[in-house]
Design a protein around this ligand. Structure first.
Ligand code: ADP
Length: 406
């Protein structure tokens, strides 16, 4: 395949992040990266940098909605000043049983995503919207969806199967797992020396952990939805199911319909819980650190709770992996919050995880364990866009055709 510009899109609730790679046989070269941020505000940010980090675009436009923001990106990429994409790759966060592979985007598969939007309400609706817009704004350009759960396809049945009646399993209720593109990118970056027994802690606004043996995923903390697992910025993580039932009954007393009650419970579990819920202050770790520094007790409890669920989860993966060779921290918190890494690892010394405080005093890529630590501890930023480009190149090479009705 000759080199083609590939656009990678990764959208959040108030931003659209993108990058453009030149990609061909074995060649991957990042040309630009950029973002529109502050969607829904009068003065957002729109920037593009080249591969050397030089700002080529730096504007503060009004961004009343996502449609305006995305059209701004598309218009600029069509202006002739940048490489117009020949293919587009999207991160797809969706638990639909038929969408666990990397695949060509079609209107029908977007419909299917929307059918399952409630399983990842912070991600799937936005992703589906951007895919639909991309088909319109870049006519004739093939779009591909890279499943954030594809990496977890190797999970054994004992891990994926939920202890519920078979009629619900038949509906597709099972452990799916997320952050798979990030995990795959860590394994990719460790090549050719991928340790046999690896745990990766992806600690961002959403947080999860994966146990990986010989590059294949063996277990992961998130379940059917990104709400489960360890504590996240605004999500509960795993809680006693009886707690959710108790809260649902409380909500139901003051709501008119079951759907309304379910909507309120969904908002509680996804948007109001986690670090934000416990601290009643913020889901942003930087705010919590500032609050802890001036003695805020709730912020301290929120971060302690976060660390506790992570340390427990890491420990729980030891028997499955039969020990551990390497622990990797990644994601915005994993890469940048020195104290979180130290606090988590402080309780894991008995498992051979021993940090070197001087080496840990760093942001970004590094080995942070002591020289003779039985487990090597590393910080590695994820390279999700690169993995999406890899999948787009593979799918183009396989000449994945759209369905006839596209
Ligand atoms: P997302 O899941 O939205 O991609 P990120 O991986 O960008 O999230 O991580 C966001 C989190 O990283 C936030 O909690 C933020 O506070 C935290 N973070 C970013 N920079 C720092 C920093 N310098 N110190 C501590 N935490 C940081």
């Amino acid at each position: 395949m000759s080199s083609l510009p590939v656009l990678v899109l990764n959208s959040g609730s108030s931003s659209i992040k993108f990058s453009i790679y030149e990609a061909g046989n074995g060649e991957r070269r990042k040309l630009y990266e950029g973002a529109v941020d502050g969607i829904g505000t009068e003065q957002g940010k729109f920037w593009i940098k080249d591969a050397e980090g030089n700002k080529l675009v730096d504007r503060s436009p009004a961004l009343p909605n996502r449609s305006v923001a995305f059209k701004m990106v598309a218009d600029l990429l069509h202006s002739g000043d940048f490489h117009a994409p020949a293919a587009i790759g999207h991160r797809m966060v969706c638990a639909a049983p038929t969408l666990q592979d990397n695949l060509r985007v079609t209107p029908q598969m977007i419909d299917e995503m929307e059918r399952f939007k409630n399983l990842a309400p912070l991600h799937t609706p936005i992703g589906a919207y951007i895919m639909r817009e991309a088909l319109q704004l870049f006519p004739g350009v093939p779009n591909f969806a890279c499943s954030d759960s594809y990496f977890h396809r190797t999970l054994p049945e004992v891990v994926t199967h939920m202890p519920i009646p078979a009629e619900y399993s038949a509906l597709g209720v099972r452990r799916v797992g997320f952050h798979g593109i990030s995990y795959e990118s860590i394994v990719y970056q460790l090549q050719p020396n991928v340790p046999e027994r690896l745990i990766v802690a992806h600690l961002g606004n959403g947080a999860s952990i994966a146990a990986i043996r010989n590059g294949r995923c063996l277990d992961t903390s998130m379940g059917l939805t990104p709400t489960g697992g360890i504590v996240s910025g605004t999500r509960t993580g795993d809680v006693d199911p009886g707690v959710l039932l108790f809260i649902l009954r409380q909500i139901a007393e003051n709501t008119a319909s079951a759907t309304e009650a379910a909507d309120q419970l969904e908002a509680m579990a996804n948007k109001k819980a986690g670090l934000l819920g416990v601290s009643e202050l913020s889901n942003d770790m930087r705010d919590l650190r500032s609050a802890i520094n001036i003695g805020n007790r709730e912020a301290r409890l929120a971060v302690d709770k976060f660390n506790w669920t992570i340390a427990k989860c890491i420990g729980s993966f030891f028997p499955e992996l039969d020990g551990l060779d390497m622990l990797v921290f990644t994601g915005g918190i994993g890469e940048n919050d020195i104290a979180v890494r130290a606090e988590i690892c402080a309780g894991l010394g008995a498992l051979g995880i021993v940090l070197d405080p001087a080496k840990n005093n760093i942001r970004g890529e590094a080995v942070i364990s002591v020289e003779n630590s039985p487990v090597t501890v590393r910080v590695i930023p994820p390279a999700e866009d690169l993995i999406i480009v890899n999948h787009v190149v593979d799918l183009l090479a396989a000449q994945v055709e759209p369905t006839p009705s596209e």
